[in-house]
Structure formats: C-alpha cells, structure tokens
Design a binder for this molecule. Structure first.
Ligand code: GLY
Ligand code: MN
Length: 426
C-alpha cells in the first residue's frame, strides 16, 4: 500500500506544482468528536488524510510543498503519556514518514509548526473541518491584518477542491475495496432476509445487519434504514419502530464501511409473497427506472442526464399507475414526478458514502472511467393514492464507470426481481 500512497502524494505534488504560484496543501486528521462531556464518538479518520497516508493517527498533519526542499512533511505532537494510558499509542509517525519518504516534525504546538512550514507559500490549500490545525490556520489567516501576514500565504483555497479532483476517479485498489464492502453488505442482507416475516420488528432486522458488519471489523457506513409500509415514505427513516405486516413492502437501505471504503445499497422486499398488485406495479416501475438509468451510465454522461432517464421512466410509470394524468411529455417537463421521487438519482461513493465527485444535481460533473456512483431511483407515497397504499420503494446499486459503459459492483448483493426475492424470503 505504501507505493499507492506515495503515488497519490506525487500526483498531488505535481498538481500543486502546475500553477505559476507556489502552493501548499495541508491535510489534518479529524479531531476526536465529543459525544457528551469527556465521552467521544467512535473515531473516524479524515478521508483525505487517509487517502494520502492510510494512517489512523488522530493528531497528524500532512504538508505537501512542491516548491520546498522538504516537499512532504508530517507534523504531529509528541506522544501524550496520559492519553497513552487511556487509549494506547498512536501509530508511529516515524515509521509512516519512512514509508512515505516524508520528513517529520514533532511539536507540542502543531499549529505554529504548520504555520512555519507555510512561510514562503503564496497559496495555501486548507481544510474546512473545524478543530483541525489546517482549518484553524484558515481561520487565523482570515482574521490577521495584511501587515502581519508577511511571508505567509496571500490566498487560501479549500483543500477539498484539490483532493476531490484526485479522489473522484478510483484506482483499482479502491474498486477492490468497494467490492469487499459489497460482499459483506451482501452477506448481512442475505442473513437478515431469512428472518423477514410478519411480526418481525424493523429494529431487529437493522441490528442483525449491523451485527454482521461489526463482527467483521466493519461499521455501518450510515445509519441502516429498515422501513416497512408507510415508514418507507420517509427517505432517511430512522425510528425503526414499526412491526412488519403481511402484504407490505420493506425497504432496506444499508451498506458497510470496511477498511474505510463504503458500500450503499437499497432493496425493497415483500414482507410476504402475496404482494398486492398495486405495490408490485410500483416496484416494477422503480426497477424499470433503475435499469434504464444504469444503462445510461457511461463516460461522458452527466448525472443530471442519468437522473433524466430515470425521471422519464418514473413519469410514464406514474401515468400507468393512474397517479399522474395528462401528456407524459408535458408531465416530465413540469417535473410532475417530483412529489413521488424527490431526491437525486445518486451520488459518488468511495471513502465517504456520499463521496467527492459528480452528484445528482451537478450538471457540470461529467462521469469518467473509474468513477463509482450509486443509482437509486425511488417512488414514495406518504399517504395512499387510489389503490396504492402509503409506501416507499427504492432500489439502489453501486456502479463503476468502465471505458464503454458501466459495471454494477453490487449486482450480486441481493436479487431485484420480485419472484427471485420471494424465493429467498419465503
Ligand atoms: N443510502 C443513503 C443515502 O444515499 O442517502
Ligand atoms: Mn445512497
């Protein structure tokens, strides 16, 4: 892996160097987030720092300065003996520096040490996550008088502007890690699916899924959504308080984060095989929209275009279902589908579940070979419409853009055809 991190750093250095001005990138570990008083949330490394270093060190700052003699510098505080008693040691900065070909600076005052490394730089790429040395310097520079900034960067740019550019196209190692996360997500879904039956509680299923993630050293990449019947009309439903009922649909939106890479899939599953015809028709409509949208994913396509393909299918489907009336072309133009499909078609996926890269509403973002995006159309009815009861259907897969089209990385996660799902759930 160290070769991979060196390669990424080298790419960032050459991007920084390509400008006529001297530019420096500063990326820090995430601060430990407080849950209450002195109790912390589970630590999650900063995605950019992880991308460049692979390190889980909680107080590390990486400085990339192509114009300086020491181009790659790691800054960390000396080990805190009290913290060590409670939490154990942080990974060795010296070992990491050796493997990355970096210099290291140990200082009790990381903020000042990084500020010193920025002297002579015209442009600083600094983070926005508050509580990090990188972001704190950004705040400091914004409030200092021009006179006191002599020798320090005259302009500051969001670090994420540069790191997004590097991270949005995945290398083969990253794709492999997403596949691994998909395998575990699949195992968890298939395991939980055996228990789907009327009387089961949403929470029981969510816990079963997350149990398998944690058992295999993974975590949920986001709070697992298990939503049955009308609960599924809430996009990010989190109450998990309902009991599964015969003849209803169950929406599961889940994915693990394994080795810092996320998977994100949604499947909508009948609670019993006697799905009422109107619900089955809603399901088939969403599946057709998802299949059409996936076919539209290819290099050069925009996510807004892929969204448009799904919106078209859903509009025609809503008309067939009797939900919308009128000329489908006019309906599509007016966005009549929006109350029933109120979200984007998908998002980039990688180290972050909503990763850097072209989002659903990003008309400038063009898909490129190596990007990974989710394709997740849905239809939601918060109250019954005609014969359709309150319900939600979403079908989501993770899709790799290939040279000529795309590959569905989560194709084997869980079936999508109703008859195949019924065979598993029976
Ligand atoms: N899977 C949750 C989301 O994409 O928002
Ligand atoms: Mn998603």
């Amino acid at each position: 892996m160290q070769e991979l991190h060196r390669k990424r750093i080298k790419k960032a250095l050459s991007l920084l160097k390509s400008a006529p001005t001297s530019q420096t990138l500063v990326i820090s570990s995430n601060p430990a987030a407080t849950r209450s008083r002195d109790t912390h949330f589970t630590y999650r490394q900063n995605s950019d720092l992880f991308y460049f270093t692979g390190s889980s060190h909680q107080s590390l700052t990486l400085v990339l300065r192509p114009h300086a003699k020491e181009q790659v510098v790691l800054v960390a505080p000396p080990e805190d003996p009290v913290k060590k008693v409670w939490e154990g040691s942080q990974p060795s900065t010296k070992t990491l520096a050796r493997s990355l070909g970096a210099s290291e600076v140990f200082s009790k005052d990381v903020h000042s040490a990084v500020r010193n490394l920025l002297r002579g730089t015209e442009v600083a790429f600094l983070q926005s996550i508050s509580g990090t040395p990188s972001a704190d310097l950004r705040k400091e520079f914004a409030t200092r008088s021009p006179h006191s900034m002599r020798g320090l960067p005259a302009s500051v740019v969001e670090a994420e502007r540069l790191t997004s550019h590097l991270r949005c196209v995945k290398d083969p190692t990253e794709v492999q890690l997403i596949r691994k996360a998909a395998d575990l997500t699949s195992a968890a879904l298939l395991h939980a699916a055996q228990f789907i039956k009327p009387g089961m509680k949403e929470r029981e299923l969510a816990v079963m899924i997350e149990y398998l993630y944690r058992l295999h050293n993974a975590e949920p990449a986001f709070n697992t959504i298990v939503a049955t019947g009308p609960s599924a009309a809430t996009l990010h439903y989190h109450q998990l308080s309902r009991t599964l009922r015969k003849g209803e649909l169950l929406l599961i939106d889940t994915g693990c984060e394994l080795d810092m890479y996320a998977c994100d899939v949604s499947r909508t599953i009948p609670v019993s095989s006697d799905t009422p015809a109107p619900l089955a028709a809603v399901y088939e409509c969403v599946l057709r929209a998802q299949e059409a949208a996936i076919r539209a994913v290819k290099p050069g396509a925009r996510m807004t275009e892929v969204h448009g393909v799904a919106a078209r299918e859903l509009t025609y489907g809503l008309k067939e279902l009797g939900v919308l009336r009128g000329n489908p072309r006019e309906l599509l133009k007016k966005g009549a589908y929006k109350p029933y499909f109120p979200h984007g078609i998908g998002h980039s996926l990688g180290i972050d579940v909503h990763d850097v890269g072209p989002g659903a509403n990003d008309s400038l973002g063009v898909l490129e070979k190596g990007m990974v995006v989710t394709i997740e159309p849905g239809l939601y009815f918060s109250k019954s419409v005609g014969k359709i009861p309150a319900c939600g259907v979403r079908i989501e897969d993770d899709v790799l853009v290939t040279p000529r089209g795309c590959e569905v990385l989560t194709a084997g996660v869980f079936p999508k055809r109703l008859d195949e799902i019924n065979n598993i759930v029976e």
